[in-house]
Design a protein around this ligand. Structure first.
Ligand SMILES: *Cc1c(COP(=O)(O)O)cnc(C)c1O
Length: 426
């Protein structure tokens, strides 16, 4: 057990010893800002910017010729990016593609696999997942003529923070056709045992898809062992590919022959795509699940930032993430607990993602006060201050300063200067 010291000197020493300290220079750090919201929208990097400017230049110079330059790289860009992303989750290069957004990719996964029969027609979900996933599931069930109240089986959390893996497994009854779960819960940062849950699902003949939105780029995954049927994720959170960046989609190679639920011409076999035939002949890999023309400007930053990820490797990112989140928890225990701040995430490494779920009854107004002090936190209903010390660009010194600011806000009751009225984007 590492014992952290409660001093600025100690924080500085940690930064000095940090193997990732030079990577921070590659990101566009905002002056006088402590950015703790990289799990909602990761910071811009110089690599991402360069890659985007390069594609804009190509458009300017070549017009429609952009699809042919660099050996058709940009016509096949989803393959370039899919292969690079696959390295982060130990999948085969052609099991991963990039397209649309997470929500549409959930629709794509479910519409491909959800073939309800009178005996097996339920989709199993949890009640703490991000609502968009749930809206997608409910609408897919309705499209097949079922009532979500009957056909969506919800595993409820007993405390509003965590989901019991045993309850999920007990819920895998014979009427369940498909399961959709988050790898990490967006509020409490609970990391589920994906390998165990996937195996239990498969033992019962149930298809399982995972939403990696809060784990991609912060927790290493080994899809060779987890072996799920499909997975989706966004690339704009930890992965820092930019606001509205194109999303990820994984489909296990044993399903390549399956007909995509949502078909489109960019999913067609590349050899015959421009013959423009009426018959859809889908490519027999993840790219067969493409629909329409890909948005290059929402893709290029991803290529840039993935270079950083490949240089560093997920193991070092996870090691610093676990260390710096533990540091934040230790400082919280020592300096903040007496002011009503509590830790709402697991303290166990194997059950914790990359952010800290700091609870306080004045969480909303404290977030306002934090912003006024140059800290970018993330508020989540009803009482959660999410704090993500992203290993690539957040320093130990910033975490130390953050705790100091949280302490001052509580001592001076600074939050009393703010209203509890919610704004559009919290
Ligand atoms: C961020 C997030 C989303 C966002 O979906 P988009 O379609 O990319 O806007 C969906 N699900 C989860 C679990 C998320 O964390």
């Amino acid at each position: 057990m590492i014992k952290f010291e409660n001093s600025l000197e100690f924080a500085k020493r940690k930064d000095h010893e940090d193997v990732l300290r030079e990577i921070r220079e590659r990101f566009c750090i905002q002056e006088n800002v402590i950015y703790m919201d990289g799990n909602s929208l990761g910071l811009c990097s110089k690599d991402a910017k360069e890659a985007l400017y390069h594609v804009i230049d190509l458009w300017e110079k070549h017009g429609i010729g952009i699809w042919d330059v660099e050996d058709s790289k940009y016509f096949l860009y989803q393959k370039v990016l899919g292969a690079k992303l696959a390295l982060l989750i130990q999948a085969d290069a052609d099991e991963v593609t990039v397209m649309t957004n997470t929500t549409i990719n959930i629709h794509q996964g479910i519409s491909t696999f959800y073939k309800p029969t009178p005996d097996r027609y339920k989709i199993l979900v949890d009640d703490l997942n991000f609502p968009s996933d749930r809206y997608a599931v409910d609408s897919q069930v309705r499209l097949k003529g079922y009532d979500p109240k009957d056909a969506v089986k919800v595993i409820a959390s007993s405390d509003g923070r965590f989901i019991s893996e045993d309850a999920i497994i007990e819920g895998m009854t014979e009427e369940v056709a498909l399961i959709l779960l988050p790898s990490i819960l967006y509020r409490s940062a609970q990391l589920l045992d994906m390998e165990r849950i996937t195996k239990e699902a498969h033992d019962r003949g149930i298809i399982i898809g995972w939403d990696l939105c809060h784990s991609i780029g912060i927790v290493p995954h080994d899809f060779k062992h987890i072996n799920p049927d499909f997975a989706v994720w966004c690339n704009y959170k930890y992965l820092s590919a930019g606001p509205g960046a194109i999303a990820g989609f994984y489909i296990n190679k044993r399903h390549f022959e399956k007909e995509p639920g949502l078909a489109g011409w960019h999913g067609n076999n590349k050899e015959t795509q421009f013959k423009l035939l009426n018959e859809f002949d889908h490519e027999l890999n993840a790219h067969g699940w493409q629909t329409g023309t890909q948005p290059l400007f929402s893709m290029a930053p991803l290529e840039g930032v993935l270079n950083i990820y490949h240089e560093v490797g997920m193991e070092k990112i996870r090691a610093k993430s676990l260390d710096i989140t533990r540091y934040l928890m230790d400082l919280t225990d020592e300096r903040l607990a007496k002011y009503g701040y509590t830790i709402g995430n697991s303290r166990e490494d194997h059950k914790r993602g990359g952010h800290i779920c700091l609870e306080h009854e004045e969480a909303y107004r404290i977030c306002k006060a934090l912003k006024n002090r140059g800290v970018v936190p993330d508020y989540r209903e009803p009482n959660v201050i999410r704090l993500a010390p992203v290993p690539l660009y957040v320093s130990y010194e910033e975490v130390y300063r953050l705790v100091e600011i949280l302490e001052e806000i509580a001592i001076n009751k600074d939050y009393e200067n703010y209203s509890n009225k919610r704004t559009l984007v919290v």
